[in-house]
Design a binder for this molecule. Structure first.
Ligand code: HAM
Length: 426
């Protein structure tokens, strides 16, 4: 088939009605969890000043360096399509003086994000995330609670075999020394690293640790590990996080190479992955960590914070692969078939009566043949079809057909809503 002239932009896709129930189910599950744990919903703009991200996420990160969609306004401002939600939330927290509210402030979100990545399985240029952020609290119990929230949401979506990978990447006290150790180690083996890693070594040495190239993996496997070089405070913090996770029985593995692609993290970082082979290729379902330094970077304010985000497309794709069914958000039990112009007019009015009583009713006003309309009623799985012909419309009656038995009764038009209501309750 010839491709149409206009298609959705590369790496961006339509969410068609058959996918909508998955999105709705994930939204509902996240929303119920947010409600239970007392998180307020926040919507930040799709566009933000590009500098918010270059400062917040880090100028040398892939997200900022290669993947941001940046546009210039007529006034000369540089705005970016948001590649993630954490920096905008810290911006909003500061801007709206949320520091004066009782702490911590708990916020959640659900929306589209944009990264100019090479499109491949699980990697899109427009993708959806839901995220949970807790600002103004430094206790390690929050780290465990955020991980628990993501783990439980994925579990309630009936995803099995998921596991939390966790690491601590220290803070400004202990990381500089570790970075030096790491750079020395990699420099002495630079010839065995890929080109990208040689660049990373100069710009962002920690990122070498999560390179997937086979030859780099061999070098990385002998590299010094951050958890052996944490300062006392970071060490205690991490130990407590792990103890909390054990207490609430969240399965985790220590991954000493987990550093994540955003510079704002301190201490705990985590990802939740599915353990099947195909899912490993798709990447993490959710990820996050503590970002105590982000407030300082953006506004010279100390805002201890912890959060995470999950990728909706990746969750949906895994749910489909595992044949996890989601129910349709609505089910049509009644169908209205009409014949003739007067019946059409009366039918239009009748639909409103059903809407008032919150009874979903299907119709096919564009079709005139009864046969085609009955076929549609069958397809929708209606229990009753109401048939309004020219004769019935003139007499003020309507035929109610029980689709299972084929039995038909003629009743008064003004009584039909009540009658259907009664029958549906049976
Ligand atoms: P992230 O790891 O970049 O973290 O993204 C979180 C999740 O979004 C990933 O685990 C993945 O499921 C999904 N994701 C990321 N990029 C793509 C893509 N190109 N296509 C499809 N899905 C994708 C963050 O964004 C941080 N803001 C998370 C966070 C919140 N940290 C602290 N608070």
């Amino acid at each position: 088939m010839k491709k149409p002239r206009f298609q959705s932009p590369t790496g961006m896709h339509d969410i068609l009605p058959e996918l909508a129930p998955y999105f709705q189910k994930i939204h509902k599950t996240a929303e119920n969890t947010a409600f239970f744990y007392n998180f307020g919903k926040i919507e930040t703009p799709i566009l933000e000043k590009a500098e918010l991200f270059s400062r917040g996420i880090g100028i040398a990160t892939d997200i900022v360096k290669k993947e941001m969609f940046v546009l210039k306004t007529k006034g000369g401002d540089e705005l970016a399509l948001r590649p993630e939600g954490t920096a905008p939330i810290v911006r909003a927290y500061i801007e709206h003086g949320m520091v004066n509210l009782p702490q911590p402030v708990k916020l959640w979100y659900f929306g589209p994000f944009f990264r100019h990545e090479n499109p491949q399985a699980g990697r899109y240029r427009q993708f959806w995330q839901f995220g949970f952020e807790v600002l103004g609290e430094k206790s390690p119990v929050i780290d465990a609670q955020i991980i628990q929230i993501f783990y439980n949401i994925l579990k309630s979506l009936r995803l099995k075999d998921i596991i939390v990978e966790i690491n601590s990447i220290g803070d400004s006290q202990c990381r500089p020394y570790y970075k030096k150790l790491l750079v020395n180690y990699f420099k002495s083996r630079e010839g065995s690293l890929c080109i990208d890693c040689r660049r990373r070594l100069r710009e962002n040495p920690l990122r070498v640790l999560d390179c997937k190239e086979e030859k780099c993996r061999r070098v990385i496997s002998q590299a010094p590990q951050m958890i052996d070089h944490l300062c006392q405070e970071c060490h205690n913090h991490f130990k407590e996080v792990l103890e909390f996770l054990e207490e609430i029985q969240i399965p985790y593995v220590l991954n000493p190479y987990l550093v994540r692609g955003l510079d704002y993290y301190t201490k705990t970082v985590f990802e939740i992955v599915s353990q099947g082979e195909s899912e490993k290729r798709t990447g993490s379902l959710a990820g996050g960590g503590r970002y105590d330094a982000l407030g300082k970077i953006l506004a010279r304010k100390d805002i201890p914070a912890m959060g995470g985000a999950a990728g909706i497309e990746r969750i949906v794709s895994l749910m489909k692969e595992k044949m996890i069914k989601v129910s349709q958000p609505y089910e049509i039990k009644v169908f209205l078939a009409q014949l003739g112009p007067l019946a059409k007019r009366k039918g239009l009015k009748l639909l409103e009566e059903f809407q008032k009583r919150k009874i979903l009713i299907g119709e096919s006003f564009g079709r005139d043949s009864l046969k085609a309309q009955m076929a549609r009623a069958h397809k929708l799985g209606a229990r009753y079809t109401l048939i309004l012909g020219q004769k019935e419309a003139l007499e003020g009656t309507i035929i109610v057909r029980d689709m299972a038995s084929g039995k038909q009764d003629t009743i008064k038009l003004e009584k039909v809503v009540k009658e259907i209501e009664k029958r549906l309750k049976k």
